[in-house]
Design a protein around this ligand. Sequence first.
Ligand code: CDP
Length: 789
Amino acid sequence: MTTARTTPEVGGMGHSIKRKEDPRFIRGKGTYVDDVVLPGMLYLDIVRSPHAHAKIVKIDTSKATAVPGVLAVITGADLAKYNLHWMPTLMSDTQMVLPVEKVMYQAQEVAAVLATTRYAAADGAAAVDVEYDPLPAVVDPHKALEPGAPVLRTDKKDKKDNHIWHWEWGDRAATDRAFAEADVTVKERIYIPRIHVASIETCGCVAHFDKVQDKLTVWMTTQAPHAIRTVFALVAGHVGLAEHKIRIISPDIGGGFGGKVPVYPGYVIAVAASVLTGKPVKWIEDRMENLQADSFARDYHITAELAARKDGTLTALRIKTLADHGYTDAAANPSKFPAGLFHVCTGSYDLKAAHVEVDGAYTNKPPGGIAYRCSFRVTEAVHTIERMVDIMAHQLGQDPAELRKKNFIRPEQFPYKSALGWEYDSGNYAGALDKAMQMIGYAELKREQAEKRKRGELMGIGISSFTEIVGAGPSKHFDILGLKMFDSCEIRVHPTGKAIARFGTKSQGQGHETTYAQILAEELGIPAADIQIEEGDTDTAPYGLGTYASRSTPVAGAAAAVAARKILDKARKIAAHLLEAAPDDLVYEPGKFSVKGAPNRSKTIQDCAFAAYTNHPQGMEAGLEAVSYYDPPNLTYPFGSYICVVDIDSGTGEVKVRRFVAIDDCGNIINPMIVEGQVHGGLTMGLAPALLEEIQYDEHGNVQGGSFIDYLLPTAVETPKWEVGNTVTPSPHHPIGAKGIGESATVGAPAAIANAVVDALWHLGVRHVDIPITPPKVWKLLREHGVKD
Ligand code: CDP
């Protein structure tokens, strides 16, 4: 564990101080977007398509406008007058706000109804009569790429197929050579299904265009308020919305997980409606709209091959992937990497050669590719490599833990350059795996498994030793829509030694108000309780790229430390002035400067703050403020080893997670309690796609997981007792040695569960099972492999 340098009263790093935000949350006093109520506010509801692919023949609004309270029905044709019916996606593709010619997926926005109450808006939406001419739906991305498949993006003049892009990375020739020379190779097709973040709060906004002040304020559920403001200004500049006339406020947010990064049509329509009427307009999705129409995650069809020598030395990895992006590439990826950071797929292993190819395809589905609690496709990468290493271990008849240890990048190899070009900052993979094995009692479990197998009982032990990649990013490689991925912190210390700090990120439940205050407490020695943290208001916070992909601690957390150190530089000069000593003759411990050799001659940070406004040296500017726009030199690479034990009921196919040990390493820990909470939540969000969640479509493009009746979230009943622990391997380049933690568990957990299930069934001839591993799927597999009722 990180040893604390400050007292619990100061509450710097390593203290499990209680979350500052919780008093308002546990009393139901948070302010979420739907809590924003403005005088004269109007309500928007959206008409959605029942078809996955259809021409719009006619939209008859007459019945809708006759509904009492309905003021207007907005269609694509209305928006087209202002050239606002299409908008750019985060990957520089285009997306409809409202359609003019055709719809491209079931539940797509078709028209919007503006009314004086939410109920009138809903009645109005039900009364809009849309005549469609159905077109054949393209649901399977493989079929989408076949010659003769209907071309979906007819709006793109020269587009003759549904292929979006081809991207490849690595040394193809060296990889092919390694495969040709390998003693053993394994190959598997792995599908990582489409899933939804399903956060507690759905998306929504209140847009208020004040005609007197000529200013648009939008309270919205966004993880990236500054970037959204810039995009709004770029897209709507021609109708007079300049950036300084737009204020985006992200109030409290009930979970984002990547799903609140994109701009959804509802936001744009609400803004347009407010600009046109001069009234505040509220749009809030209901649960089914959220589940059916917002951007999705994963949906990767992967073929992976792994090569090894007889002794178990892994030599090369080859991957081909087809990415189903739905009807537009709206993935939240850095511009340079259309498949995100998927090429971190060599994982924790010292592989000398690797090559990865990804193709994107259009289908009649909502946009895919959001970074659901993961750093731009790292979950897909981890799942692939961890499944393949496990398959190789079983194929070679070796213990999966031993095979991993043999191939791990060793601590002395860091900083380590992977075959696919990433520079891993630090790691001790064997340390984490050893700790997990010890905690779970690995050897004893193996004995138990052998005995149970003799009795025909199905028990499996699965390992996942993942490496994460978070903290986008070095701006030379990472941008979104051209905006470089730095982040920011601005600190003001008040005369009485209390402070306010504002950030370019935005918490959605992660506890930034607490942990950022702790970083500043650690650096400045000002108690965390005396530091107010603010995020999410573009009129006050410094520009930043927002919170997703666990980038807050690696980037904005670093900005906090750097800005605090600027404050300390100035405070040192003030202390020297007060103590009539030279600045270099002072020693600093958190919160106090003292004269070298005369520890009683000292000034506290609070003394310095007061002097900054009342008695600062002549020639020095008054005040005690600093700002940092931090551009990280590298990403951080958190890691962990998870071990899962499952028992499978051969009669029903049910998989029971009996034990799950998670050892995480996120470098130096700011708040151990918050980190533990992040891991608990993340593990449950990893269990979900492993055993329960999947959004499927039938052959007509009808969504099969559009409500919580058939999109199965884990509840307390399905969630096992998580047994968690840590190792600490600081990041060498991060100012406080911290790495991100928010998504590690969601990234690492599914492979541990899948590996445990296959481990339980390998002796029956089962080599792979795609997630979600549902009882019917397992039951069928068991019957196919000779297990009888
Ligand atoms: O970007 P996001 O906040 O989602 O992810 P993160 O940077 O991994 O942080 C999640 C939460 O865990 C924040 O409150 C962090 O400050 C906290 N954390 C921590 O206490 N120690 C770490 N080494 C990393 C994160």
